[in-house]
Design a protein around this ligand. Structure first.
Ligand code: FEO
Length: 405
């Protein structure tokens, strides 16, 4: 039963919870299939919890802990891998139940704990590579800053070779009965883990690479992240995907994102798509930015090599949702892509100029031509769309990352 602790290894239990109530994670990212907050309990001579759950789910979380503490034991340590409140939210109220429980984290964890919860708990500060012996189990700590916040760390159970990885390797989606990679629909989670990565972690890809480098050589039999399934059948599956995404290695396909108020920019988007398809690009995602949520657009953008951005002009600037997307891509330092731009205007222009400004400063290959239609696209504009699609396709099928301009 999901409301009971589930053993994941000898003496170690999953005590996470499903959240099918929240609509937007971090008040931004849609959760159509919910999310789970994973926490783990290590039942040794000293009992340790690894992370907690979002505050509102504390009652069912506590129920699971109490189920395991029937022998009169108490919780001795709370290992805090990450302080974002989806994991630390129950810290303070948990201390009211287990007042002697020590909080284990690094120097930065303490600042967050004090700042968020005014917490004066007994802290045990650990440094990179420090260990903590619980009895039969020894935990080793790896500081992995910015995966996803500055205080982020991972905890490795030396005896069972389990990596409690925090946000890394985790994704959206609840655990619907199965909790292990061999018990769930992995294709669903692959996409939801990429969505989590592209929405939340992608900006810190260089730091993800550093963390993966630090873990290299470590024997990992099981990955237990704070979201999504536990990888026991094949932990290398998700490690390899994370490596690929954080190197911005992409698949052969294209994403066209357009903003169109009255259909003229959409006509251009469809002409570019048709041209790419004729040139052999068989995965093309077409997003109307007024309809597709940024979350799903970013997921596709992080996956594919070809990106085409098109916008109508709105009050002399980019259409507002397109402006948000461009700022996000700039902030995420998107690279290694083939980028095409186009747009339209009726009286002032401004959208294509803004897209060009972004293109000029981003390290991607820029496909020609840049197309700007006045009023409705003319036959000549449509011909240019065909040309852009053709040039995009040529670059997308080339081996390796796109050559920077
Ligand atoms: Fe799952 Fe960065 O929190």
């Amino acid at each position: 039963m999901m409301n009971k602790p589930i053993p994941i290894a000898k003496d170690i239990y999953w005590i996470g919870v499903n959240d099918l109530e929240t609509h937007l994670f971090e008040a931004i990212w849609p959760l159509p299939q919910g999310i789970c907050y994973n926490s783990y309990l290590i039942d040794d001579e000293k009992v340790a919890l690894v992370d907690t759950v979002k505050r509102g789910f504390f009652p069912q979380f506590l129920e699971k802990i109490k189920e395991l503490m029937k022998n009169g034991k108490t919780v001795d340590y709370l290992i805090v891998n990450h302080m974002e409140p989806d994991h630390s939210g129950s810290m303070r109220v948990l201390r009211e139940v287990f007042p002697k429980m020590k909080i284990v984290g690094n120097k930065k964890t303490i600042d967050f704990a004090k700042g968020f919860y005014g917490d004066d708990a007994p802290f045990q500060v650990v440094k990179d590579g420090d260990t903590l012996k619980l009895g039969k189990h020894t935990l080793k700590f790896f500081l992995t800053p910015m995966v996803h916040w500055p205080e982020t760390m991972m905890t490795y159970d030396v005896s069972n070779k389990i990596l409690f990885s925090g946000d890394a390797f985790g994704g959206f989606g609840t655990l619907n009965g199965g909790i292990f990679d061999d018990e769930v629909d992995l294709s669903f989670f692959k996409n939801e883990i990429l969505r989590y990565y592209s929405n939340i972690v992608a900006k810190y890809s260089p730091m993800v690479q550093k963390a993966l480098g630090k873990l290299k050589g470590l024997e990992v039999k099981l990955i237990a992240a704070t979201h999504g399934p536990i990888f026991r059948k094949d932990p290398s599956y998700i490690i390899n995907l994370y490596d690929m995404w954080s190197r911005q290695e992409t698949e052969k396909g294209a994403v066209i994102v357009y903003a169109s108020m009255y259909g003229n920019t959409q006509v251009m988007a469809e002409a570019i798509a048709r041209s790419m398809a004729r040139e052999g690009i068989d995965i093309i995602r077409l997003h109307n930015i007024s309809k597709s949520h940024l979350s799903f657009i970013l997921t596709d953008i992080w996956r594919f090599k070809g990106i085409v951005l098109g916008s109508c002009t709105y009050n002399t600037k980019l259409f507002t949702p397109m402006d948000t997307l461009v700022r996000t891509l700039d902030n995420d330092k998107l690279t290694g892509r083939v980028l095409g731009i186009f747009g339209s205007y009726s009286w002032s222009g401004g959208a294509v100029k803004a897209l060009q400004e972004y293109a000029d400063k981003c390290p991607n290959h820029h496909a020609e031509p840049v197309i700007e239609a006045k009023y409705a696209p003319t036959d000549e504009d449509r011909e240019k769309c065909v040309e852009l699609g053709r040039n995009m396709a040529k670059e997308i099928v080339k081996e390796g990352p796109a050559k920077e301009c």
